[in-house]
Write a new protein. Structure first.
Length: 249
């Protein structure tokens, strides 16, 4: 199975899991609310969702679900691609000394993660000189960074889009509140308060979604930076060990 197919399967499973979790939470909340007079957390969220007008709350919810799905897929992919870099580098150097380049390349094939992929590309160019090895490692490192950062632009989009959608719902709600005031012909505190409350709920929802996704976004960036540092250190170690062991000139 190719990496693209694996990511598609993971994303589909995560989407199903999110829908199943929300459905189960709804059933649990309804059961709990039937046993107790106090409304459940799910019931409160559902009520606020309806009060905030589903027309404007639904796009915010979609941003949250899609963004969270991408976040979970990225976290799983990044943490599965992580390896003990120092141990891997030591193993490759040991194989180069004892069994040669082909054994080291085989170890790279059997190992996961961008560092192993970079090492394989570099070892595959040892017959062409150290300059070709360094160029291959550098160019393939850029490819791996692109793979690691895949999907980040969409998370960033949802972080920016959620508050904007919420604020748009607020503005529309305020316009509707003033329309009611004009229709009644009197500034009633009840009309104004209820209209403003409904309008502001969309902004609150958008901000909550943006805050949650921002936290995960920074967590993913931190993991990507850690992997990038490992890749850079490992690349330097590869050229050093090739020169030190006189495998390439």
């Amino acid at each position: 199975m190719t990496n693209m197919k694996k990511r598609a399967v993971i994303t589909s499973l995560l989407s199903f899991f999110l829908v199943f979790t929300l459905t189960l939470a709804g059933q649990t909340g309804e059961t709990a609310s039937g046993m107790s007079d106090k409304p459940s957390g799910h019931q409160i969220i559902k009520d606020k969702f309806i009060e905030g007008d589903p027309v404007w709350m639904t796009p915010v919810l979609i941003c949250f679900l899609v963004g969270l799905t991408i976040v979970i897929e990225r976290l799983i992919t990044l943490y599965l691609s992580g390896i003990n870099t120092q141990k891997f580098v030591a193993r490759i150097e040991e194989l180069l000394k004892k069994d040669g380049v082909e054994a080291a390349k085989q170890e790279c094939r059997m190992s996961r993660g961008p560092v192993a992929s970079i090492y394989y590309q570099g070892l595959d160019r040892v017959d062409e000189g150290i300059e070709k090895v360094e160029a291959s490692v550098q160019s393939y490192g850029s490819v791996q960074m692109g793979i690691l950062e895949k999907g980040m632009v969409w998370i960033s989009l949802f972080i920016a889009l959620s508050p904007m959608l919420g604020f748009l719902g607020t503005v529309v709600g305020m316009i509707q509140a003033f329309d009611k005031i004009a229709e009644v012909g009197d500034i009633s505190p009840t009309i104004v308060a209820s209209g403003i409350k409904v309008a502001l709920l969309t902004t609150v929802a958008g901000l909550i979604v943006a805050i949650i996704l921002q936290v995960f976004y920074n967590l993913i960036l931190s993991k990507i930076d850690s992997i990038a540092n490992d890749m850079e250190e490992a690349s330097i170690a590869l050229t050093d060990m090739l020169i030190k062991n006189k495998i390439v000139k």
